[in-house]
Design a protein around this ligand. Structure first.
Ligand code: FAD
Length: 289
């Protein structure tokens, strides 16, 4: 199927792109990597009057370290992130999560900003943003604002961004030196969206845990931060019993829906299994260093 007709614009700056969004009054769509938008256009599930292509705005791409954070221009490709030495050093959880995103050709076009703005609750980047409590900068006609991970995702495929706003930058706090981490996921075929995914990071000394970060993909309309499970690890440490208790708590926190891919019960059980697996793998790898 082919998309319905649309006007095409390729602005050279964010200001120009914002003016175009205002001109179309909510009837234009931003085009980033096109890996989610183009299928929606082809199936005519989206029929915007215009596409505003962000690919000719060089200022929107790139990775830099700033004040203990790693900042990504919204148009930074997933493939660039996968092979970035800065990301491998400062955010290895993101490097690992990126390998779960679709296939190589998808990662070569898909962008971090597009993935977050698309807000698929089974996607890896929203889950990592939630686990690490990152934030995004958003520009609109009323200026720039910062949105924390917990306030970005509203429901399935919906963020709190207005139609005339552009996500311009993503910031994640650099992981503490020596943090243990793992991204675990279950999907039926390699490259499919997760049925459930779990992002885990723990900072500890021996069996003591000074900070834990856990979040899930595929367990409801938005990614879920598993704060009550994190608290078990921070209180009781990183031994077998505490990990098993945290994983059980994780399964109680999530409220997944049933769909054609899996029942809610199956997803809840996967949450427990993958949380335990992620924590154990993270610690085993950290111990091996
Ligand atoms: C076969 C297949 C398998 C896939 N598997 C996975 C997977 O396992 N995990 C996963 O996470 N993703 C997966 N994807 C999706 C892929 O990661 C996309 O790259 C991503 O979801 C969207 O990024 P994009 O840059 O392509 O955005 P686009 O498709 O260009 O845009 C997506 C949406 O975000 C909006 N948007 C884009 N950029 C901005 C911005 N800067 N500000 C505001 N709004 C913006 C667009 O208007 C559109 O509504 C898969 C895609 C395919 C085709």
């Amino acid at each position: 199927m082919k998309p319905a007709p649309f006007e095409y614009h390729a602005p050279a700056s964010v200001d120009e792109a914002l003016a175009l969004l205002t001109r179309y009054g909510g009837d234009a769509k931003l085009l980033a990597g096109g890996q989610s938008l183009v299928p929606l256009l082809n199936f005519r599930l989206a029929r915007p009057a215009a596409l505003v292509d962000l690919n000719r705005i060089p200022a929107l791409a790139g990775i830099r370290e700033v004040n203990g954070h790693v900042a990504f221009g919204a148009m930074t490709r997933q493939r660039t992130i996968e092979f970035s030495p800065v990301v491998a050093r400062r955010l290895p959880l993101l490097t690992e999560a990126t390998r779960w995103v679709g296939h190589l050709p998808i990662r070569s076009r898909g962008t971090i900003g597009g993935s977050l703005a698309h807000a698929d609750p089974s996607a890896e980047y929203p889950t990592v943003l939630t686990a690490l409590d990152g934030e995004v900068s958003v520009r609109g006609p009323r200026g720039e604002r910062v949105v924390r991970a917990g306030a970005l995702f509203e429901t399935y495929l919906t963020t709190t961004l207005a139609p005339d706003e552009i996500l311009v930058e993503v910031r994640l706090p650099a992981m503490p030196e020596g943090a243990a981490y793992a991204f675990e996921e279950f999907s039926r075929r390699h490259g499919d969206f997760a049925i459930v995914g779990v992002a885990a990071m723990v900072v500890g000394r021996g069996e003591r845990c000074t900070a834990a970060r856990l979040a899930t993909a595929g367990t409801g309309p938005v990614p879920v931060r598993l704060r009550a499970a994190e608290e078990i690890l921070e209180r009781d440490g990183l031994g077998e019993a505490a990990i098993a208790a945290a994983a059980r708590r994780a399964a109680e926190i999530v409220q997944p829906d049933s769909d054609i891919h899996a029942s809610a019960d199956y997803r809840r059980n996967l949450t427990r299994v993958l949380t335990e697996r992620a924590l154990k793998r993270a610690l085993a790898r950290a111990g091996a260093r």
